[in-house]
Design a protein around this ligand. Structure first.
Ligand SMILES: [Zn+2]
Length: 284
């Protein structure tokens, strides 16, 4: 059975969740209000809505990244953020304060087995099913980021763009250029691989031309009111700006255009040069 999709897209949205499961709560040292403030700082708020285009395959989770960060290597020695206590299992907050007690090997394994592995299996399944259905899967790694860098980040004093696009070995030039042009045509500033870089995909599709991939990161200044103490009170969520719906519409229309171009180019590739390459260069 294929998923009920109408576009050959798999989107993964790893950082929209805010839940700390009861089973993991005793691992955290701060009081609930303090932990919530940190969750509010690091959550990619509302990205599940911003990228939740109907008819694509999404991989999402309600679990907060402070519990397990799904976009990190499980091996801390490969993960540069582990140096700041923010590897796959956070031990420190964005201000450098310790927020978690030491975990046993079994506690760590349980977290990975319960949250990390199922999420990655779901992502792989979504890609595989999209490939089975469409012969193509445009993979979008979907995030948002704060306008101000965190203490440990190295771009202080350098203005951040509206949109950051991250590339990897699976990112063809056309995908980067088209996505950048489409955002700029709608008035957004775009930077490539700044302030964040790369994009995540299941290892088995590395360099697989059927799986073009791109990371799209949205600056939270475009859709959230500036952080206030109120917004960070326990359970309170940041307030959206009135521009939220317009931004969502822009993202959805761009996603649709990218899917159309990906399909067009895949068709041209299948037709090959013998067919005159009629689609090449005329897909958008
Ligand atoms: Zn993120």
């Amino acid at each position: 059975m294929y998923p009920e999709t109408i576009l050959p897209i798999a989107a993964h949205i790893p950082h929209a969740g805010t839940v700390v499961p009861d089973a993991a709560r005793d691992q955290f040292m701060p009081r609930p209000e303090e932990l919530w403030r940190e969750i509010a700082r690091v959550t990619d708020w509302y990205t599940d809505e911003l990228f939740g285009f109907p008819g694509i395959a999404t991989t999402e989770t309600p679990i907060s990244r402070v519990v397990v960060d799904l976009e990190r290597y499980t091996d801390d020695s490969k993960e540069e953020k582990a140096a700041y206590g923010q590897g796959v299992i956070y031990t420190h907050d964005t201000r450098g304060e310790q927020i978690r007690r030491a975990l046993s090997a079994q506690e760590r394994r349980l977290l990975l087995d319960n949250y990390y592995r199922p999420w990655h299996l779901q992502l792989e399944l979504n890609v595989e099913q999209q490939l089975a259905r469409w012969g193509l899967c445009l993979l979008l790694d979907c995030h948002s980021f704060p306008d101000e860098p965190f203490a440990h980040e190295d771009d202080h004093g350098r203005p951040r763009p509206d949109i950051c696009l991250g590339s990897c070995d699976n990112t063809p030039r056309w995908l980067l250029d088209s996505c950048s042009d489409l955002f700029q045509q709608r008035g957004y500033s775009v930077a490539l691989d700044f302030p964040y870089s790369g994009c995540l995909l299941p290892a088995r599709y590395h360099r697989d031309a059927r799986v073009p991939a791109l990371m799209i990161e949205i600056n939270r200044r475009l859709y959230l009111k500036p952080a206030s103490r109120d917004a960070y009170r326990l359970g309170n969520v940041p307030t959206r700006l009135d521009s939220f719906d317009r931004l969502k519409n822009d993202i959805w229309s761009i996603i649709l255009r990218l899917a159309q171009e990906a399909e067009c180019r895949a068709k041209a590739d299948r037709a090959g040069p013998a067919a005159g390459g009629v689609f090449v260069g005329s897909c958008m």
